[in-house]
Design a protein around this ligand. Structure first.
Ligand code: GDP
Ligand code: MN
Length: 385
């Protein structure tokens, strides 16, 4: 799950990472009265969207007066933002963060990522921050520092000092920096993040070290350990994905037109591949879970059919824990409750498959059965066309 800048900064705050003073966050439709602009200024008004490069796209503005800050915030809300990270899509600005601005002497890049190859958290840093790290990695790979961190021990003091030397951190900020780096790594590990990025980390005109921006990506598989994160809305999830999550179905929307209902994540992936091989594209990844009962099958149909792109539904269920006759009854019951007006292809395999197929055949439902996944995929692709 990706967090917005202000959400990331709330986490940073808990780890004692130095930040600018926050004046408030307002949502589309809110009044700007919520902003506390009692300092001397200036202020920085920042669009809260899940993409970097906001600076260049008009999503980061400085304001000299409280009135200007309010005006900028209102203007930014509802704005469509396209940055180099949004893949041509426009993101609507629904929230705006206002912080007290600082003046910047130096910008540094630092992040902690999960190095999957090395199975370890790794610090990526560069003395040249602010700019796109991807570009720097292309043009000047030697300017990028990589430092693997032991996940049990965290960042050791000597590593933090070495990093400070490598980044040319001035004497004045040395201790501040090493403490910051250790805290950043601790945040990465304790929050079960897959990325924690500060771009830029700045040294201000009055020699303070401040995390000016935040990007945090957390690992959904660890959400059960983080009640606070689990309670947050997933900003990237579509409405259908959010609903599926609420009822406990694993669902990921895709771009194709064949709705897939499958039990088990591995079988779901195999189904997606097979649909692709048959010349089609799946509209979703959906895993109804191990004990696919009537209720869950009904809900899964409802979720699949909410997607207007879906032109055919492919049910691919293996009766292992559940028996095929029970599943077939489930499909029959569910399709009575949910009106399915598009072709339905069912492939059952496993325990009591003969009985299951008979139940489907006798149900009077308009559906096609397939005796193999390959046949089912081909039928679904043909039906969707
Ligand atoms: P991003 O472009 O989406 O990564 O947004 P950032 O939060 O990183 O801000 C982009 C750039 O705006 C920074 O690199 C700074 O140069 C500038 N900026 C952001 N906040 C401030 C601030 O408080 N004061 C000043 N002077 N510049 C800022
Ligand atoms: Mn940034």
């Amino acid at each position: 799950m990706k967090l917005l800048e202000y959400e990331g900064k709330e986490i940073f705050g808990r780890y004692g990472i130095p930040l600018q003073k926050r004046c408030g966050v307002i949502r589309l439709g809110d009044s700007t009265d919520k902003l506390v602009l009692d300092g001397p200024g200036p202020w920085v008004v920042k669009a809260q969207v899940l993409a970097g490069g906001r600076g260049k796209a008009g999503g980061v503005k400085l304001a000299k007066t409280p009135t200007e800050a309010r005006e900028l915030a209102l203007k930014m809300l509802g704005m469509k933002m396209v940055t180099h990270q949004t893949q041509g899509k426009a993101l609507i600005v629904e929230e705006v963060l206002v912080d007290e601005a600082c003046d910047i002497k130096r910008e540094i890049y630092i992040s902690v990522v999960l190095d999957r190859k090395g199975s370890t958290p790794t610090i990526i840093a560069s003395a040249e921050g602010g700019m796109s790290i991807e570009e720097l990695a292309q043009s000047h790979p030697e300017k990028i520092i990589k430092l693997p961190v032991d996940v049990e021990a965290g960042l050791l003091d000597f590593q933090a000092r070495q990093l400070a030397f490598d980044l040319n951190i001035p004497q004045k900020n040395f201790r501040e920096f090493t403490a910051f780096a250790c805290r950043l790594v601790r945040a990465f590990i304790e929050e079960d993040a897959s990325l924690v990025e500060v771009n830029p980390l700045v040294i201000t005109g009055d020699d303070r070290l401040i995390a000016l921006d935040s990007k945090i990506v957390t690992d959904d598989n660890a959400l059960f350990r983080h009640k606070d994160l689990a309670a947050k809305p997933d900003h990237e999830a579509t409405e259908i994905e959010k609903e599926a999550k609420e009822i406990g179905i694993n669902y990921i929307g895709l771009d194709g037109d064949i709705g897939c209902m499958v039990n088990g994540a591995g079988l779901a992936m195999a189904t997606l591949d097979t649909v692709k091989m048959a010349g089609g594209d799946a509209a979703n990844f959906l895993d109804v879970g191990g004990g696919a009962n009537v209720d869950q099958i009904t809900r899964a149909f409802q979720i699949i059919l909410k997607d207007s792109k879906v032109k055919a539904v492919l049910v691919n269920i293996f009766g292992g824990i559940m028996k095929c006759d029970n599943i077939a009854s489930g499909v029959v019951e569910a399709s009575k409750k949910v009106k399915i007006n598009i072709p339905l292809i069912v492939r059952l395999e496993g325990t009591n498959v003969k009985e299951g197929r008979e139940i489907l055949a006798k149900s009077g439902l308009k559906l096609e059965q397939a005796s193999s996944l390959w046949e089912a995929a081909q039928k679904a692709v043909a039906a969707a066309k």
